[in-house]
Design a binder for this molecule. Structure first.
Ligand SMILES: Cc1cc2nc3c(=O)[nH]c(=O)nc-3n(C[C@H](O)[C@H](O)[C@H](O)COP(=O)(O)O)c2cc1C
Length: 391
C-alpha cells in the first residue's frame, strides 16, 4: 500500500504540531533514573525508538515532585537541573524526524514502591533504608492505603493540592525548555489524579471530592495550569483509565466521556484510553485480555466526546493498528511491550503494510543497505524483509 494511502503512516496535525505518523511509543516506566535524573541509558533507550520509526517517542511517567515518583528509579522534572539531559534526548529524537513527548505525573498513594522486578511494586519497608532507599510518606485524596499491607497516605489539604497543581505547571515550562513537542498528563492507573476521579477512593467532602464535578476538579486544574505554562501551539494528551477496575460503583466509561468533554474544553487535544490499575499495578494484572482489549474505550470516547483518541493495549502488528484507524476507532496507536520486543516496530509495520518498499523511512545508514539488499534477497528466494518468498 503506498504510504499516502496508509492510515498508520499518515500525518496528523494538532495545533501547530505535525505528528509524522500515528505511532506513539506507550509510556513505560524504566526505573533506571539516578536521583530523579535521566541518564545515558534513557538516551539510548528512547533514541532507539526514534531510529525505529516511531512518529512520537513518549517517555515514561516523569514526576513533578520527588514524592510523586513511583520508585527511586523514576525520573522527575521538578528542577531546572533535570532539563539538560532531557534536552539531549529530545534533540536526538528530533534528529531522526520523530516528535518527543513527556508523560507528567504524580504517584500519589502508589509511590514509595520497589522496582517491579525487585518485589512486584511492593511498598518500600524500613529495611530498605539501609541500602539507601528509605520509604517516603505518601499522599492521596484520603488517608486510606491502596491495599492491605500498604502505607497509609496523608490526605492532601487544599493548600497542598494547589502546590501540586503549580508543580505540574512548572514541569510543563521545563518540558518546553527541554524541547518536548507534546505533554501527556498521567490521569490513569490509580495514581494521584486517577485516585481523585474515582468515588471508590475519593470520599472527600470539600471542593475536590463529592460529586463527579468535584472529583474531576484536580484533573481539570492540572490541565489549565499546564496550558498556562505550555505553548498554545503544542499538543496536550491526557491518559485516563476509562474504567478504574476497582469494582462496582467505580469510575465508568460514561464518566470518562463526561471527563473527556471537559478536558477538551480546558485544552486537551487527545485522550489516551487505558484502564484499571486502581489498587495494584495495571501491568501486573493477568485478567483475560484479548488483542486490542482497550480499543473499545478509544472508540467510544472518540465518538461520544467528539475528540481525538489514542488506543493502547496488546496492539501487536501493522495490519491490526491500520484496521483500528481505518475503522475510525482511534486517531493514534500506542505500542508498549511489543516495542520492547521490537524497537523497530514502526519500520516493520511499514513493511507489513507494504508502505515503505524501498526502506526510505529508515535512517540512511541502514536504509541504503536494506534497499540495496532487495535484489540480492530476491535472487536468494527471499522477500525484502529477509523471510522466504512463498512462491
Ligand atoms: C514496563 C512497563 C512500564 C509502564 N509504565 C507506564 C507509565 O510510566 N505510565 C503509563 O501511563 N503506563 C505505563 N505502562 C502501561 C503502558 O503504557 C501500556 O498502557 C500497557 O503496557 C499496555 O500496552 P501494551 O500491551 O502495548 O504493552 C507501563 C507498562 C509496562 C509494561
Amino acid at each position: 500500500m503506498p504510504a499516502t494511502e496508509c492510515a498508520l503512516f499518515s500525518p496528523f496535525k494538532i495545533r501547530d504540531t505535525i505528528f509524522p505518523n500515528r505511532i506513539v511509543l506507550a509510556p513505560m516506566m524504566q526505573c533506571k533514573a539516578v536521583d530523579g535524573n535521566m541518564t545515558d541509558w534513557h538516551f539510548v533507550h528512547y533514541g532507539k525508538f526514534a531510529l525505529g520509526g516511531f512518529g512520537t517517542v513518549l517517555t515514561e511517567a516523569v514526576a513533578v515532585e520527588p514524592r510523586g515518583r513511583i520508585s527511586y528509579g523514576c525520573p522527575g522534572l521538578w528542577s531546572d537541573d533535570q532539563v539538560p539531559m532531557m534536552r539531549r534526548i529530545v534533540d536526538f529524537v528530533h534528529s531522526q524526524g520523530s516528535l518527543a513527548a513527556i508523560q507528567l505525573g504524580h504517584s500519589g498513594r502508589k509511590g514509595s514502591s520497589h522496582r517491579p522486578w525487585e518485589a512486584s511494586y511492593g511498598p518500600l519497608r524500613q529495611a530498605d533504608a539501609l541500602p539507601g532507599e528509605e520509604p517516603w510518606p505518601l499522599v492521596g485524596p484520603v488517608a486510606v492505603p491502596i491495599d492491605e499491607g500498604y502505607p497509609t497516605p496523608h490526605a492532601l489539604t487544599t493548600a497542598e493540592l494547589h502546590d501540586i497543581v503549580r508543580k505540574f505547571g512548572e514541569a510543563a515550562r521545563r518540558a518546553d525548555e527541554a524541547g518536548f513537542d507534546m505533554i501527556e498528563i498521567h490521569g490513569a492507573h490509580g495514581y494521584l489524579i486517577a485516585s481523585f476521579l474515582t468515588p471508590l477512593v475519593n470520599e472527600r467532602t470539600d471542593e475536590y471530592g463529592g460529586d463527579r464535578a468535584g472529583r474531576m476538579r484536580l484533573a481539570l486544574e492540572v490541565v489549565r495550569e499546564i496550558r498556562a505554562n505550555w505553548p498554545a501551539g503544542k499538543a496536550l494528551f491526557f491518559r485516563v483509565s476509562a474504567e478504574d477496575g476497582g469494582g462496582p460503583g467505580g469510575w465508568s466509561v460514561e464518566d470518562s466521556v463526561v471527563l473527556a468533554k471537559e478536558l477538551h474544553k480546558a485544552g486537551v487535544d487527545v485522550v489516551d484510553c487505558s484502564s484499571g490499575g486502581l489498587r495494584t499495578s495495571a501491568v501486573l494484572q493477568n485478567t483475560a485480555r484479548g488483542l486490542g482489549f482497550q480499543v473499545p474505550y478509544a472508540d467510544q470516547l472518540r465518538h461520544e466526546a467528539s475528540m481525538a483518541t489514542m488506543a493502547v493495549g496488546l496492539i501487536l502488528d501493522g495490519p491490526q493498528a491500520e484496521a483500528i484507524l481505518r475503522e475510525d476507532r482511534a486517531d493514534f496507536i500506542a505500542i508498549g511491550r511489543q516495542a520492547m520486543y521490537d524497537p523497530f516496530w514502526a519500520h516493520h509495520a511499514a513493511q507489513q503494510l507494504q508502505s515503505d518498499p524501498d526502506f526510505s523511512n529508515w535512517n540512511e545508514s541502514a536504509g541504503w543497505w536494506l534497499h540495496k539488499r532487495i535484489g540480492t534477497l530476491k535472487l536468494a528466494g527471499c522477500k525484502p524483509d529477509g523471510t522466504e518468498a512463498s512462491d
